[in-house]
Design a protein around this ligand. Sequence first.
Ligand code: FAD
Ligand code: SF4
Ligand code: SF4
Length: 475
Amino acid sequence: MKINKDLCDICGTCPSVCPVEAIKIKEFEVLIDNEKCKKCQNCVKICPVQAIYEQQEAKEPSQSNLSKETNFISKNEIKHPIEYDAIVIGAGPAGSVAARFLAENGCSVLILERDREPGIPVRCAEGVSHNGILPYIEIDERWISATIDGARLHSPNGDSLDMYNNGTGYVLDRRVFDRSLADLAVSKGAILQTKADAVGLLRDSENKIIGVKYRHENSFIDVRSKIVIGADGIESQVGRWAGFDTCLKLSDLEICCQYTVNNIKIEKHLCQFYFGKEVAPGGYLWIFPKSETQANIGIGIAGIKSLPGKGPRYYLDKFMEKHYPQASINYMIYGGVPTRAGNDFVRQNVMLVGDAAHQVNPITGGGTVQAMMGGHYCGETAAKLIKQGNITEKSLKKYNEKWENRFGQNQRFMYALKSKFFGFDDNKFNSIVSICKKIPRDDFNLQSLFKETIKEDPILLAQLATAFLVSKVTK
Ligand SMILES: Cc1cc2nc3c(=O)[nH]c(=O)nc-3n(C[C@H](O)[C@H](O)[C@H](O)COP(=O)(O)OP(=O)(O)OC[C@H]3O[C@@H](n4cnc5c(N)ncnc54)[C@H](O)[C@@H]3O)c2cc1C
Ligand code: SF4
Ligand code: SF4
């Protein structure tokens, strides 16, 4: 397999579908180890820009060095005698919140961030709920682009429905938001090292994980820690180094493409969603306003639905041409969203959090708030056990329990629902919108939805009930 570097957007998605860990992201480059590659074609299928292709000629010598470099295991070779209580890899919402809870509770923490600044590049539609972020950061106009109080759902037949009682939300400026979360962690005592690309875990002679090796500019640096936290997003190399099964099935991955556009006219307080197999097969298309003339317009389609020449950008361009032909595109991003409901986040003294732990809402793909909540549970649990000197895999698994108690059932329901929802034909989406329209705005809740669904579409109700039961009995 070969990467066309001119096309690759370094979106981080392909390592998450490789069953043999043949793909690594090294600083600003994606590398494939062709000695490991089994030619399953998963990466070729999901790459949103078709940057991966089958290599005809023999492998390049530079790539054969990959496993030596990135699977580094150092046996008692620490160059720098620095030791922290915890090292957090990744300064996204998950990593910054985990680091903040550790630092706040008196632990020494080093955050390693590959990019030159947290929050850049933005790979997100930037929608969050007010209640979700409130516990973690004081609301600040600097990182709010728009305040949202409603959602418009568009069914495939052109019908639409406005919903208004889901509470307040925001479309963020994540560059500023992520930076603010990292600053908060630093203000509590965490140390943030940017341009620091973690390249492997350090292990002692008994194979116990004792820290992290990272590259900073042209040097490799070894740092010891009692705990390592992998907050390194969808591509989570930390997870793979520690022995987690992080490989996603193509059906558990949404491949996304998004334009931030200007020169449109839009209702600033309303997010919009479009469904249907012609618009977004196995996913949905969103419009998240940033002002009355600017918005994030993006699409996620299921990995299994992506075909050569018919990836997310194909559908997005079709939509733009139809609805906003006059829009000017400021910038474009690609990215992947894991839609599997993770529930096991600990191996030895390594904890995963956020997208790395698949703590995303499987149906909406929203993961910012869940990453922060995961960071909270992870950081708080780790801090308590560090202080008690009780760091074992078993004790750290209290973090799994906290997550399970708060999210387990809900995540399983959402996952089971996702499997049904994205398999619906267009008639079913039309039916959902028409059922919801019959419910008075002020009376919109789960009970009234179920009541109306029994009357209008008992089969749909049976499908929702099955999803609920599946979530109850699977764990
Ligand atoms: C197109 C798209 C739209 C989305 N829209 C929304 C939305 O509207 N609302 C919502 O809630 N969620 C949305 N999400 C999901 C959301 O962006 C993620 O769930 C969220 O960012 C997860 O936070 P995180 O901290 O776990 O990971 P990330 O935000 O991905 O942060 C991981 C960090 O780790 C760093 N890193 C990775 N590897 C290394 C390494 N080896 N060494 C050092 N640093 C490393 C990365 O540079 C990055 O800064 C969207 C995702 C996509 C792709
Ligand atoms: S999936 Fe993303 S990271 Fe991988 S080759 Fe394609 S654009 Fe690059
Ligand atoms: S073809 Fe399959 S095995 Fe080879 S790099 Fe791509 S995902 Fe990995």
